[in-house]
Write a protein that binds this ligand. Structure first.
Ligand code: SF4
Length: 353
């Protein structure tokens, strides 16, 4: 049996049951593909359900605020996906009469849609013969064909895309792409692949050669940048000072506290944080009530975060910070460490009552 027939036959009997697979709604497939770009399906599914319940159609997504989608996205990370989702929904609604493009070449023009997502949507929803190549597919192809070219080198990207293009089903490219996704996620996993359950076992060279654990090859080039954030959670009269992050950086359009970012060149204990805070917001006295440390890992960054909780009696000027109460905080999109801090703070405050 040829490669694509093996995949299609397996998919027919073993496909995973996901809500976005129940119809070929391009809106639902798009939403699921964006969520699953950097996320495991086990985590992504609950976010998908939450978002589709809040916005059953693209029109509803387009007409609501970016803040609402960011709030629903909270905890999933890579927030540019949520911002792009909202931007693209508005673009389709306002400029394309609410109708999604129906081919790869036009899908890829949309913000947040790259080659993989455009190939997945066009093949699943419009039966276009486009091979969707992601980490799962690289891994399966590298193992089945015993290819040692690094998957993140320019030669590797070209080689694997060409191979994938040559293997794709002529008749049912959507199911074929989804079959590969499912085999990669459930059987040909990075560690401990379940070769005994694999439909490709009889043609897999790495299985025969016992080279599975060597493949795929990846060039290690990610250097993790260390960053040091010192936050002030300032409470005044039952309200907290927060501000939208607008700069081109992590967590854009999420809300955080007054912040001082310092580098390794500064020694933390040499910085007079109380004085620094006074330069951000005009307060007279600064009494630190609580101090917490968090580490937060992103793909290319490790954040070393200190949050100091301060209650002040008087604020002369809170500059551009907004004042939010506990109920309003529930509505604001905030980074994960701040969500965690608030949870811990409110728990401890409530225990004291
Ligand atoms: S036989 Fe094993 S290594 Fe080969 S494709 Fe299947 S799961 Fe992956």
């Amino acid at each position: 049996m040829e490669f694509s027939s093996i995949i299609l036959y397996w998919y027919l009997k073993n496909q995973r049951d996901f809500p976005w697979r129940k119809s070929k709604s391009v809106y639902k497939v798009w939403l699921s593909e964006i969520i699953l770009q950097q996320t495991q399906t086990s985590q992504g599914l609950s976010y998908y359900n939450k978002i589709i319940n809040a916005f059953p159609t693209i029109k509803e997504l387009a007409e609501d605020s970016e803040e609402k989608i960011l709030k629903l996205w909270q905890g999933l990370g890579y927030y540019s996906r949520a911002r792009n989702l909202h931007y693209t929904a508005k673009h389709i609604q306002n400029n394309l009469n609410g109708v999604f493009p129906n081919d790869y070449n036009n899908l890829i023009k949309l913000k947040g849609i790259g080659p993989y997502t455009a190939a997945a949507i066009s093949s699943i929803c419009f039966n276009e013969k486009r091979a969707a190549v992601d980490g799962n597919v690289y891994r399966i192809l590298a193992r089945v064909f015993n290819i040692y070219t690094p998957i993140n080198s320019s030669t590797g990207i070209k080689t694997f895309q060409e191979l994938a293009n040559s293997l794709i089903s002529e008749t049912n490219p959507g199911d074929y792409n989804q079959g590969l996704m499912d085999i990669g996620a459930t059987i040909c996993r990075p560690k401990s692949p379940k070769c005994n359950l694999c439909p490709l076992k009889s043609i897999c060279i790495a299985y025969d050669n016992n080279t599975i654990n060597d493949l795929p090859v990846k060039i290690k080039k990610i250097k993790i940048k260390q960053r040091y954030f010192h936050y002030f959670c300032v409470e005044y009269d039952g309200e907290f000072l927060m501000k939208k992050r607008t700069q081109q950086d992590i967590w854009k359009n999420l809300y955080d506290f007054p912040i001082i970012e310092w580098t390794k060149a500064n020694k933390e204990n040499e910085i007079d944080y109380k004085e620094k805070l006074k330069s951000i917001i005009a307060v007279e006295t600064v009494n630190i009530k609580k101090k917490k440390y968090y580490e937060h890992k992103l793909t290319h960054q490790k954040l070393n975060i200190t949050i100091e909780y301060i209650k002040v009696d008087k604020i002369i000027n809170h500059n551009n910070f907004i004042k939010v109460n506990r109920t309003q905080i529930e509505e604001l999109p905030v980074p994960k460490p701040i969500e965690r801090f608030f949870k811990e703070l409110f728990n401890s405050l409530d225990c004291k009552v």
